[in-house]
Design a binder for this molecule. Structure first.
Ligand code: HEC
Length: 198
């Protein structure tokens, strides 16, 4: 016998609910330690469908790396979520340095790999970040990490040849003054169009 309409509607609805979000991810993302496929449905609801997130999940390209107006937001997020263990400029502390070309996990030299480590964590104190940062915020932090790099441009595998030619490291506001930082952040929040129409 054919399925009742009700059952069919339920089945179709279920499949749709499952694919609504994951369908956007053309790439497969894997846990840095276990290699298990990461469940992007665990991501915080907000910030899942910005143009940058859509592009990244589709292609592995993080458009914020090219958008210097957004970097102060990534900087701020890094200060609250990462610098306690990795140092203010990613110079390393409890956690390893993030500002050179040496990676414990070589895949962190790719933007997909670095995203996977942020989302799913690594060992010990490096816990998964999917509950602390939205997907959009992870991309902003990643863009900032790519701009605190102090090594030779030649070794920066994560930059395309075009990006290597134009790479300029992030310059934090000249003053340590909290008001100056707040102003830089406010300006970035305004000019960095995270929800499109940039
Ligand atoms: C509570 C401390 C702590 C916090 C907070 C933390 N980390 Fe880590 N992180 C570590 C430790 C310890 C390791 C080394 C783990 C390992 O080798 O598996 C690590 C490893 C890493 C690595 C791998 C580096 C490599 O050489 O391959 C990356 C990338 C990383 N962290 C990024 C981040 C980012 C980005 C944030 C903020 C969103 C963050 N971490 C927050 C402690 C922390």
């Amino acid at each position: 016998m054919a399925l009742s309409t009700k059952k069919l509607a339920f089945a179709v609805g279920g499949v749709m609910a499952l694919t609504v979000f994951s369908a956007q991810a053309a790439l497969v993302f894997r846990n840095t330690i276990t290699g298990e496929v990461l469940d992007l449905n665990e991501a915080i609801e907000e910030g899942r469908d910005t143009p940058a997130v859509k592009e990244f999940l589709e292609t592995g390209t993080n458009p914020y790396i090219e958008r210097s107006e957004c970097l102060p937001i990534g900087h701020e997020l890094f200060l609250s979520a990462c610098s306690g263990c990795h140092g203010h400029l990613g110079e390393g502390k409890v956690g390893p340095g993030l500002n050179d070309a040496y990676w414990t996990y070589p895949k962190n030299a790719t933007n997909v790999g670095l995203f996977e480590t942020m989302f799913g964590g690594a060992q010990g104190q490096m816990g998964p970040m999917y509950g602390a940062l939205t997907l959009d915020e992870m991309l902003l932090v990643q863009a900032w990490i790519r701009h605190i790099y102090t090594g030779s441009i030649e070794d920066a595998e994560w930059l395309s040849d075009e990006q290597k030619k134009t790479f300029t490291p992030y310059k934090p506001p000249a003053s340590e003054d909290a008001d100056v930082h707040a102003a830089a952040l406010a300006a970035a929040e305004k000019s960095c169009k995270r929800n499109g129409s940039s």
